[in-house]
Design a protein around this ligand. Structure first.
Ligand code: GDP
Ligand code: MG
Length: 160
């Protein structure tokens, strides 16, 4: 097997997943991380991090005009978050499915928000909504030396 030849480069995407402060406070870090790991994606970055206000505002800049924006910034900066980079074929859309709908009330059982959260304002996890935003957000939350490019031995068993 030549794992680096398994998936063509354009199919391989990057997404930024973040366990929000409620997920950390509620002891759900291992549970949430393991869902992406078990699915078969590759971890490329991982850190516990207290987010400064400016970074939260930059990350959510598209929501600036929303009435809930100040509350959202308070929430995201209210305690440490777990920042993760994940890589894989179709990882952006796949991670959004694993996460479930923004409002946990509408999130299907089996999804992270469907199983572990109650309200939109405490929905435990973030996932990038497009491959471009995946790259943008990983660049925003990680410094270059914090990411690892590596070959996972399982790759040929996940992608033909
Ligand atoms: P996501 O991509 O599913 O996380 O949803 P959005 O990009 O639409 O919103 C980003 C985050 O803002 C959500 O995950 C929530 O934490 C928060 N948010 C969105 N809508 C509301 C709302 O109506 N009220 C509150 N309190 N928070 C919201
Ligand atoms: Mg979003």
């Amino acid at each position: 097997f030549l794992p680096h030849l398994v998936a063509s480069m354009e199919e391989v995407e990057q997404t930024y997943i973040m366990i929000k402060p409620d997920g950390v406070q509620r002891g759900l870090v291992g549970e949430i991380l393991s869902r992406f790991e078990k699915k078969g994606f590759k971890l490329t970055g991982l850190k516990l991090f207290q987010c400064p206000k400016e970074l939260a505002e930059e990350h959510y800049k598209d929501l600036q005009s929303k009435p809930f924006f100040p509350k959202l910034i308070d929430y995201i900066t209210s305690g440490p978050v777990v920042c993760m980079g994940w890589e894989g074929v179709g990882v952006v859309a796949s991670a959004r499915k694993l996460i479930g709908a923004t409002n946990p009330l509408n999130a299907e059982p089996g999804t992270i928000r469907g199983d572990l959260a109650v309200q939109t304002g405490r929905n435990v996890v973030h996932g990038s909504d497009s491959p471009d935003n995946g790259k943008r957000e990983i660049g925003l939350w990680f410094k270059e030396g914090e990411l690892c490019a590596w070959t996972a031995v399982q790759e040929p068993w996940l992608v033909e």
